[in-house]
Structure formats: C-alpha cells, structure tokens
Design a binder for this molecule. Sequence first.
Ligand code: GLN
Length: 454
Amino acid sequence: KTAVEITTEALERIEAVDSKVKSFLQVTADHALSKARQIDHKIANKEEIGFLSGIPIGIKDNMVTSGITTTCGSKILKNFVPSYESTVTQKLQDAGAVMVGKTNLDEFAMGSSTENSGYQTTANPWDLSRVPGGSSGGSAAAVAAKECSVSIGSDTGGSIRQPAALCGVVGLKPTYGLVSRFGLVAYASSLDQVGPFARSVEDAAIVLGAIAGHDPKDSTSIKFKVPDYTKFLKLSLKGLTIGVIEETFMDGVEQEVSNTVQNAIDHLKTLGAKVVNVSCPSFRYGLPAYYVIAPAEASSNLARYDAVKYGLREQSDTLLDMYTNTRTEGLGAEVKRRIMLGTYTLSTGYYDAYYLKAQKVRTLIKEDFNTSFEKVDILVSPTSPTTAFKAGEKISKPLNMYLSDLMTIPVNLAGLPGMSIPCGFDKKGLPVGLQLIGNILEEGKLFQVGYAYE
Ligand code: GLN
C-alpha cells in the first residue's frame, strides 16, 4: 500500500468512529496527507525513507507541533499555535511517521480519566460508558479503536501505563531522561516522560527506538547509546528472575484484577522465568509523596500562563485583574486545586514539612527498588487497581481518582522504566494490565518479557 492509502484508511476510520470514542481534539488530515504524499514521492524517486514511513500516529496534545494548535486540553491554550516542534515529534517525522491528529488528555495531564479535559471526555472503546483512563486517554483509545497504529503519550505518575491497561493496549514509560522533554508542555518536570502506545510490544519497541536518545535541548536528557530494542524481543526468559511486589496485591485492588495478574505471572513461570516475591515497604508512601511533589512543580510550571505570553487573554483594567480573570476563565477545577496545593507546600514555613519530606520519601522508594534489583531482573505488579470505571463515577471524588495511580507513581518517583501489557479480562470483558518495571535504562528487559508473554 502507498503511504497515501494507509493514511486515508486511518482518516476514514477516525471519521467512522471518533464521534463516539472522541480520542482526537484535532484531526490533522491535510497535514497527514501532504506528509504521506511526500513519502510516496520519495519512494517513487527511490530516495531513502525512514523506518516508520507512512505509519499513522496520534500525538497527545501536550506535545508542541509547529504551526498546529496545541491546547494541553486546556481552555487557556485554546488558540495556541506553537512556533517550534518538540524533539519527539520531530524525530517521528524524520522517521517518516504521519501524524493524523492531536489526542485528548486531562487538562495539563492532570487526571486519570480524561474527564478533566477542557473540551471532551474520551470513551473507552471496550465500553463507551466507561473512561479510557488518563491522562493520555485519547492516545490510548485511539490505538485501541484502531484510529492509528501507534501513538504518543506522557507519563508523570501513570498517564501512559494506566490508560494502556484500561484500553487493553501496550504503553511504555521510559527511564527518566531517555526521551527528550523538549516541547513536552511541563507538568511536573522531575517526573514527566514521553512514551509510546501500541497494539504490540514489538511496535512499542520500534517507536521507542525512534524517539529515544540524547537531546542537547533537554538538560535532563541522558547521554546513552540507544540499543536496537527489537534485538531483545526474541530472547528466552530462562535465567531471568522476576520479582512480584507483594505490596501491590493489597486491599483496594479488585479481586479479578489480582487474579488475572496472578495468572499472567504463572504464565511467565511456564515460559522459564524464575518468580520470587519481593517487598517494597515504602511503595505505599508513593501516592502521598507524589501529591506533594507533582502539584508543587506544577504550581511553578503553570505560572507561565499569565495572559501575556500564550493563549487566552481576558481584557481587564489592571494587570492583576488580567492575570486573575484569565486564569479564572482558562483553567479548570483540578488544575486550580493543584496550583493551590503546590503553592501552599512550597510556601515559607511549609516547605520543610511537606516538599522536603516528600523528597525524602522519594529517596526511600528509590532505595527499595535498588535493593530489589540486586535480586531480580524485573519487577511486576498490576498496572491499575481497577479496570475501566464508569464516566462520572470518580470525578467528584478527587482522592478516589488519585488512587488509580497507586501502582504506577512509585516508578516515576524513582525514574525507572515501566510498561503495561494487556494480560486478560475481568468478568465484564474489560481489559486488565500487567505492569513490568525495569532498572534504569533496562527497557530491553521489559520488551523481552513483554514479547515472550504475548
Ligand atoms: N493521574 C496522575 C495525576 O493526575 C498522573 C498523571 C500523569 O501521569 N500525567 O497526576
């Protein structure tokens, strides 16, 4: 098939299903077709083309795309057209991938269901009355609904892995610093990472290969020779030790999720892996530490939306009124809640009690992981305590919503790679995800285990 034919098929699929699924905030049909034509032209002229040439891809709308509106799911950036391209989308373009649209998200990536989007709630393709997870729910649903082959999300506390689990697709959060954050709109900078969604582990490995690597434009980017991740796919699991994190099978995890994940772990045993139990006692402090650290960083990062530099501006008589009115109009309830929380915990007198303490907890969590990785190659847990929940069920109970990321948050706090792979269904027919956690820069082992499992 030509690139134009593949792109047209993706656009037709979007046309057919997206009024129901609502994965996309914007479909970039003209952009996509023109890129596809360029690829076909190159092929006709026998010019070299990239290894993702003609592959339709969805991009979470918090990655800036030059000349193409980037909203972050926020009303405050409704008309924001960036003048530059993020490193990740540039690398994807260089590899020939064709962006078909910008996907929906919780406003500024704060949420676990896409219900905090300032524009629309995405539906879970497995049951349209349920949420796809979040914050990268649009990217996860788009891949699950076959609106694009692969997509890109961002993960600060679980926003790739949790929606991947709830939508029955593969989602990977790479090691902090492996993928450039240049052009990813910042939420909590010490936790944010960009990664792929795919319908197979192999596809995820290929896309990670395209986006990973050192970037001088991101000061936290690691200098590391990116391996060919597809080389890990066919390795046997013999000799590999997998650690099951005991604390992740505690109260609050749905019984069917727990059973399905246990079955998946048994299957890994039959594939030759040695399975042992490990304890990470500090794991359970991850959630409270995260909800101090992430809002603190967000309150600072979001100070830039001041009606002067970007997006929305509410006309007012004084400068202070302009700030206040613009932020009152342009930002949603969850974002405001976090700005207030973060501003509070960073205030004089409270910093030591909250922010500093949370950073210490972060160190304890890292130490737990370090101790575990002396004994095991990878760790496993459920990705999410529940399968997809009904839209509306948790939106008025932020603390319940926050629990969605119980299993994924410690991985961000430690900067480790984590991948969710589909591992079965509950009795309602909703997908369950298995989380694989690797040591720093050991994405290869996640692909090895994930591929063998598939
Ligand atoms: N759900 C978490 C939050 O609301 C994680 C979000 C994310 O990873 N971007 O902050």
